[in-house]
Design a protein around this ligand. Structure first.
Ligand SMILES: *Cc1c(COP(=O)(O)O)cnc(C)c1O
Length: 351
């Protein structure tokens, strides 16, 4: 910890930031962590003011998109303690993504010591209002130069943070996509690679033009199986059974997804991890057994889907008195924010 050099921001933006109107990921805290990889080794991490960085136009990030990220949140409880949720999972996944993008592995101590120090220094930036959190973005990208299409020889790891209110998740209307694909067998869909999201923007824009908010991704081969909801994992509820697809090359292994699976089982909810077809969902809609559909991910935690479109027809999800989405969301948020016992040992105390 002592090895992290710190340069404090000259002027804090804390007082000029309106914590009542944060939105999501729009305002950034005073400091950031940086750590460079050069000559085959990761150097010493540093904390510096949040500011512009300078890169050569020949840096490979711009040409070949060697870039990965993570998304995490820090929460403040009513006693002003700071908590993370399963940060080990994000660290492991960052290195899984790194491996797939031919980016060098990041040592665990750089990630954890850097993150903890940063959260200590910018602790006043962690909002405490209901539903708010400090959204944390660890990223690694290629700074090494060259027009040759090969992995860079230099990288930067950074962590930037953004005090955020609840992620917008009003009534989400989704479109089942049959033309474009998010990921493919043997591809990079399981990694949080920047390019995966760039590839989603255009099909999502088309869906928005048609009056939807998001795209439901189906498998690239047959477009018969439902795989993800935008950049979230997806669950459906048929009668009283929750169903979600198995993770694969194409389906990202979400921390929220796997936590919800464990909580649902613990709650005695019938849960199946298996592939499911669009046709099964349509049939369940038609016979009234489709009760819920929701996405899971760190940003929105659980985002209920109110309707979905398929081949020109809209299907409305019913309103439930005993919604699994509402119930599971409360349980996981209470654990994340230290409002309930954490029998799973998922909470991580920062300070
Ligand atoms: C990040 C992400 C998720 C959700 O993962 P969490 O760890 O729960 O935040 C799901 N699908 C995709 C494609 C993602 O990028």
């Amino acid at each position: 910890m002592n090895s992290i050099q710190i340069t404090h921001a000259k002027h804090s933006k804390l007082k000029s930031t309106d914590f009542k109107n944060l939105g999501f990921g729009k305002f950034f805290s005073d400091h950031m962590l940086i750590c460079d990889y050069k000559f085959g080794v990761w150097g010493a991490p540093e904390i510096i003011p949040f500011e512009a960085i300078s890169l050569m136009p020949s840096s490979k990030i711009f040409h070949y998109g060697q870039s990965i990220f993570e998304g995490m949140k820090a929460y403040k409880d009513k006693n002003s303690n700071t908590w993370l949720f399963r940060p080990d999972e994000n660290f492991k996944r960052l290195n899984k993504s790194a491996e797939r993008l031919a980016i060098p592995q990041l040592p665990k101590n750089i990630f954890f010591e850097g993150l903890i120090k940063l959260l200590n220094i910018d602790n006043d930036w962690i909002p405490s209002a209901e539903g708010s959190s400090l959204y944390i973005r660890p990223i690694i990208f290629a700074t090494g130069e060259g027009f040759h299409a090969s992995p860079a020889d230099a990288y930067r790891f950074m962590i930037a943070t953004a005090p955020s209110g609840p992620y917008f998740s009003g009534k989400v209307k989704v479109l089942i996509e049959e033309t474009y694909s998010r990921s493919a067998n043997g591809g990079v869909g399981f990694a949080k690679a920047g390019g995966n999201y760039a590839g989603q923007f255009y099909p999502t824009q088309l869906a928005i033009k048609k009056g939807y908010n998001q795209v439901i991704w189906t498998d690239d081969n047959t477009h018969e199986y439902i795989e993800e909801a935008g950049a979230m994992n997806i669950f459906i509820r048929i009668n009283d059974t929750l169903i979600t697809g198995p993770t694969s090359d194409r389906i990202l292994d979400g921390v929220t997804r796997k936590s919800i699976i464990q909580i649902a089982k613990n709650e005695g909810i019938n849960l199946e991890v298996r592939k499911f077809k669009v046709s099964e969902v349509i049939e369940a809609s038609n016979n009234g057994s489709l009760k819920e559909m929701f996405g899971t991910g760190t940003a929105a935690v659980i985002s209920p889907i109110s309707a979905y479109g398929y081949r020109g027809k809209d299907y409305i999800l019913p309103k439930n008195k005993d919604s699994y989405a509402t119930r599971l969301k409360k349980i996981i948020i209470d654990i994340q924010t230290n409002k309930s016992e954490d029998s799973y040992k998922w909470r991580f105390k920062v300070c």
